[in-house]
Design a protein around this ligand. Structure first.
Ligand code: COD
Ligand code: ZN
Ligand code: ZN
Length: 398
């Protein structure tokens, strides 16, 4: 199947011209979840050419995040099936649709599940990283199940396949909107910097941008998966003097300490609730607490382990299928603050290229977060490793 589209072409001498170009539908490998609760099924999919302001990207590497696991769960009510999940990828621009100006074939890129259109009232404000394209959605995770024109670029066995978070990186080729793509350094190693597409940026930014951790402060990070470990790196980079890492899986403690945790605790080792244990160890509570699990009870514990007066609790996790939790006005009157973050507060188009440069300059480690690098065909094994608590991040390479 082929069609012609008007397209901006960039010549080797960097001159641009508009031409009618023959676009091919690409047949490639993808992992489809046909129904909630079912494993990933490796299929040959047809990926349509990019339409106006869209870009087709060859994905080279993709991380596996807990949110992809949540999205396969029957309790995730917003899920639409069949779907191609994946939102932590890195790749190379294969072709561009009409009107695309910021990218050309061959550019190294990171797809962004939180777009930055650059023009809406949110993008124009330094107060938020949300963009109008996502702030109208009921839940950001369900946004972009189809492209903006209400159609899909993926077909398999004659059926339309849903996109996910505007990224769908569990396909060798994917199509994204121009505002959902960051151009990164041509020398960046894609099998590592893919983590700036979600886990690293979310946790690190939760500490730096949202909590605004201060030098000499005390911090508690709940959950030591890829996101929590990145939050620990953020607390350390911000100059925290004491960093608690809390997890029920003690095999996470060694790496947490390597990355900056000073004290690692398992709630299961104490008779008293963990918030009381931390308050006792810190003269009344920590300055900053960051919840990186998505568990309502832990969110409450995170708020309660902060000090009265100025303690700040930042929620990163989203509890699937649960309602919420009650915050006592007294907690707020006593000076505790509660905040939350999406994609670590970063405006992706502007910030992700700089995070990649910072990684390349050795300012933080992404390599430490990668527990396994596996071929894409082993996607179900990658999810099993995560569910069994044996990995922080598995990176799949095509
Ligand atoms: N007490 C202490 N530790 C716990 C508990 C508990 N009750 N339950 C689980 N844990 C530990 C686990 O042992 C594990 O080590 C860690 O918590 C969680 O790690 P992962 O690897 O499962 O999860 P991450 O790090 O990949 O992701 C965590 C998120 C909070 C980002 C994710 O689960 C989530 O809620 N995402 C939705 C919010 C969001 O921003 N989504 C956008 C893209 S991610
Ligand atoms: Zn994620
Ligand atoms: Zn915007």
């Amino acid at each position: 199947m082929a069609n012609f589209q008007k397209c901006t072409i960039v010549s080797p001498s960097n001159e641009t011209e508009v031409q009618w170009v023959l676009f091919q539908v690409i047949k490639c490998k993808a992992a489809i979840v046909w129904e909630a609760g079912k494993p990933f099924s490796l299929e040959e999919v047809e990926v349509s050419p990019p339409k106006e302001h869209e870009i087709r990207v060859k994905i080279i590497a993709t991380g596996v995040c807990r949110t992809d696991d949540h999205a396969t769960s029957p309790s995730f009510k917003e899920g639409l099936f069949p779907v191609i999940l994946g939102h932590e990828g890195a790749g190379i621009v294969e072709s561009i649709g009409p009107g695309v100006t910021r990218f050309k074939p061959g550019d190294k890129v990171i797809p962004l599940y939180l777009p930055q259109c650059g023009q809406c009232k949110f993008c124009l404000s330094p107060k938020t990283n949300l963009c109008e394209r996502i702030s109208k959605a009921k839940t950001p995770i369900s946004d972009q199940d189809l492209m903006l024109d209400g159609t899909s670029r993926f077909m398999c066995k004659g059926k339309q396949i849903y996109h996910f978070m505007g990224t769908s990186t569990f396909s060798e080729y994917t199509v994204v909107v121009e505002s959902s793509l960051a151009k990164i350094d041509p020398a960046a190693p894609l099998d590592k910097v893919c983590l700036t597409g979600c886990g690293f940026s979310t946790g690190y930014g939760a500490a730096i941008n949202t909590a605004k951790v201060e030098p000499g402060s005390t911090c508690a990070v709940f959950g030591l998966g890829g996101v929590g470990l990145s939050a620990i790196m953020g607390c350390k980079a911000a100059g925290a003097s004491r960093i608690f890492g809390i997890d029920i899986n003690k095999s996470k403690f060694a790496l947490a300490k390597e990355l900056g945790a000073t004290d690692c605790l398992s709630p299961e080792d104490f008779k008293n609730p963990i918030q009381e244990v931390i308050a006792e160890m810190t003269d009344g509570g920590v300055d900053f607490a960051i919840e990186c699990i998505g568990n309502i009870k832990v969110m409450k514990a995170a708020l309660c382990c902060t000090t009265v007066g100025w303690g700040t609790c930042v929620i990163v996790g989203v509890a699937v299928g649960e309602e919420g939790f009650v915050v006592s006005p007294l907690d707020l009157i006593m000076g505790r603050k509660i905040n939350a973050t999406f994609f670590g507060g970063w405006k992706g188009v502007d910030s992700v290229p700089n995070l990649v440069l910072d990684y390349m300059a050795g300012k933080f480690s992404l390599d430490a977060l990668v527990s396994y690098t596996l071929p894409f065909d082993k996607i179900n094994e990658a999810f099993d490793l995560m569910r069994q608590g044996k990995s922080n991040r598995t990176v799949l390479v095509y």
